[in-house]
Write a protein that binds this ligand. Structure first.
Ligand SMILES: [Zn+2]
Length: 326
């Protein structure tokens, strides 16, 4: 790791500022306009966190046809808090995730005997410590999901690093076991995120999207040993159901269509013998009109054949141990 921490001077604009200005990143890049960059610049950018070896194993445990890793990002109240918003209405939307979402999800997972991974912003875990302990007690994995859902690409290296370590430490104390994996808030990666994950000694990340199946992350061309379990916006409930309050934009996808998309993504993984990672949010999927998607999806998966339902940590460990020599 010879590269110094990235100063992060470029693109220090919020998404709102970007929308208002109509341009992505209204700060000048130190190397000038992208079309005039030397090759070294665009190569340096793409090499920061690159997909390396495919880590899809030859077989899954018990000769299962595919692996299924269900994850729930328990953001709860942190989304408005992250933006400095104090509206009790918005906070209450987050609290719904804990009051109604998690109990419904937990009941389904228990009935189906399926372990899952719950990624917690540390502030969310501090707000609902008994929930974290109960999920951990059920055998589910607790993973890192930022401090307060902060946007890591706005942070200097030292701040992002300190928050990441503090988040892991907080989850460790509440859940009773040290987390081994991270899903960054909103799947964002700053130029320094992979370096920090390596410094933390984590087993896996689940934020980057270069494949359907697990792969090894490379930093500046160097194999890191860190397993990437790729999520995708296609396999995320929030993108189909969230609304923009003042922009006339409403959820445009009916629950039945979301179910169809999730099933199609799973069927592809099953047919290829690959990995199916699905991201849901208790305050999104947990509603009465949506929770049935999860139940019917599980019924569909079990009906297709033998699937290995596992936590992200279990999948990452299985793949890491069976990786062909580099
Ligand atoms: Zn989140």
């Amino acid at each position: 790791m010879t590269r110094p921490p990235d100063e992060g001077v470029y693109r220090r604009t919020t998404e709102v500022e970007q929308q208002e200005s109509g341009v992505l990143g209204n700060t000048k890049h130190p190397d000038g306009e992208p079309w005039a960059w030397p090759e070294s610049t665009w190569r340096r950018i793409v090499e920061r966190a690159r997909a390396g070896r495919n880590l899809k194993p030859a077989t899954w445990p018990d000769r299962a046809a595919c692996a299924v890793a269900l994850s729930f990002d328990a953001d709860h109240d942190t989304i408005p808090l992250r933006d400095g918003l104090e509206s009790p209405m918005m906070i209450s939307q987050g609290q719904y995730g804990s009051r109604r979402g998690v109990p419904r999800i937990r009941a389904i997972l228990e009935r189906e005997s399926i372990p899952a991974t719950f990624f917690y912003p540390a502030v969310s875990a501090l707000l609902y410590p008994s929930e974290v302990r109960a999920l951990s007690g059920d055998g589910h994995e607790i993973g890192i999901h930022s401090w307060i859902h902060e946007r890591n690409n706005l942070l200097p290296y030292e701040v992002e690093r300190e928050l990441s370590f503090r988040s892991a430490d907080t989850l460790s104390k509440i859940a009773g076991t040290a987390p081994v994996g991270m899903r960054t808030a909103s799947w964002d990666f700053s130029p320094n995120t992979l370096r920090i994950i390596r410094e933390m000694g984590l087993l896996y990340d689940s934020s980057l999207m270069a494949d359907d199946d697990p792969y090894e992350l490379l930093e500046d061309g160097e194999p890191t040993g860190i397993v990437e379990l790729p999520p995708e916006w296609i396999r995320d409930d929030a993108v189909y159901f969230n609304m923009a309050r003042f922009e006339g934009l409403r959820p445009y996808t009916p629950p039945s269509a979301v179910e169809e998309i999730f099933k199609a993504e799973f069927d592809g993984a099953f047919d290829e013998g690959g990995l199916f990672v699905l991201t849901m949010h208790p305050d999104v999927i947990g509603h009465r009109s949506r929770i049935g998607i999860l139940q019917r999806l599980i019924t569909h998966m079990k009906a297709r054949g033998s699937c290995w339902f596992a936590t992200h940590a279990q999948v990452a460990e299985w793949c890491r141990q069976r990786a062909a020599p580099a």
